[in-house]
Design a protein around this ligand. Structure first.
Ligand code: AP5
Length: 208
C-alpha cells in the first residue's frame, strides 16, 4: 500500500478525520503541523526558524518541511506508507514527495471559508492523547476524554486574525495543488460541511 494525503483548508477537519480513519488504514498519521509544534516546544533549530512563520500564519519554507518529512518516512512504522495531514502544501512539496513515496489517494475535505473561523476558534485538544474537540460541534464528553486524563490545550495560532492569514496562504499556495493532483487522477473531494461521522463514511468509501 502507498501513502494517503489529507488535503483541505485550515480547520477542515484533517486531523479529526485522520484519527478516525487510522484504525482502518493502519497507516500512521504524519502531521507537519504537529511535528513543527513539537520542534518549537523542544527549542530545536528547526523549531526556532519555524516559529516566526507559524505565529503569523504563514507557510514554513519548503526546505525545512522536506527535511522533516524525509527523516520521518525513514522510520520503521512508515514502511507501508503513511497518512499525511497538512502536507504537501505547495507544488514544490508535492513534486519532492512524488520522488519519496507513492501516493495512492488525495482526500480533499471541502469546507467553505465562512465556516473556518468558527471551527478553529472553538478548537481544543487533549494534551495527553491528542484527541481534537470543539466547544460547540464536538464537545469533550462530560466524563472526560477517552484517555481519562484530559488536559485542555489551545493552539497559539488559533486566533481569528491568524486564521485569516492561514486561509489566505491556503488559497494562494496550497489550493493550486488540487488541479496538480487531479491531473494525476489521485484527487477525491468530499463535502466537509456536514456531520463528522458522515464525512468519515465518505472518506472510507473512497478508500475502499
Ligand atoms: P497545521 O497544524 O497543519 O494547521 P492547519 O492546516 O491550519 O490545519 P488545522 O490543524 O488547523 O486543521 P484541521 O484540518 O486538522 O482541523 P481539525 O481536525 O483540527 O499547520 C499549522 C502551521 O504550521 C501552518 O500555518 C504553517 O505555518 C505550518 N505548516 C504545517 N505544515 C506545513 C507545510 N506542509 N508547509 C509549510 N508550513 C506548514 O478541526 C478543526 C476544528 O473543527 C476542531 O475543533 C474540530 O473538532 C472541528 N471539526 C472538525 N470537523 C468538523 C465538522 N465536520 N463539523 C464541525 N466541526 C468540525
Amino acid at each position: 500500500m502507498g501513502s494517503i494525503v489529507l488535503f483541505g483548508p485550515p480547520g477542515a477537519g484533517k486531523g479529526t478525520q485522520a484519527q478516525r480513519i487510522m484504525e482502518y488504514t493502519h497507516l500512521p498519521q504524519v502531521s507537519t503541523g504537529d511535528m513543527l509544534r513539537a520542534a518549537v516546544k523542544a527549542g530545536t533549530a528547526i523549531g526556532l526558524e519555524a516559529k516566526s512563520y507559524m505565529d503569523r500564519g504563514a507557510l514554513v519554507p519548503d526546505d525545512v518541511i522536506l527535511g522533516l518529512i524525509k527523516e520521518r518516512i525513514e522510520e520503521d512504522d512508515a514502511a507501508n506508507g503513511v497518512m499525511f495531514d497538512g502536507f504537501p502544501r505547495t507544488i514544490p512539496q508535492a513534486e519532492a514527495l512524488s520522488q519519496l513515496t507513492e501516493i495512492t489517494h488525495v482526500l480533499a475535505i471541502d469546507v467553505p471559508d465562512e465556516r473556518i473561523v468558527e471551527r478553529i476558534c472553538g478548537r481544543s485538544t487533549c494534551g495527553t492523547c491528542g484527541t481534537v474537540f470543539h466547544d460547540v460541534f464536538n464537545p469533550v464528553p462530560e466524563d472526560g476524554c477517552g484517555c481519562s486524563q484530559y488536559v485542555e490545550k489551545r493552539r497559539a495560532d488559533d486566533t481569528e486574525s491568524t486564521v485569516l492569514t492561514r486561509l489566505g496562504a491556503y488559497h494562494e499556495q496550497t489550493s493550486p495543488l488540487a488541479s496538480w493532483y487531479e491531473e494525476r487522477g489521485l484527487f477525491h473531494r468530499v463535502d466537509g460541511d456536514r456531520a463528522i461521522d458522515e464525512i468519515t463514511t465518505d472518506l472510507l468509501n473512497v478508500l475502499q
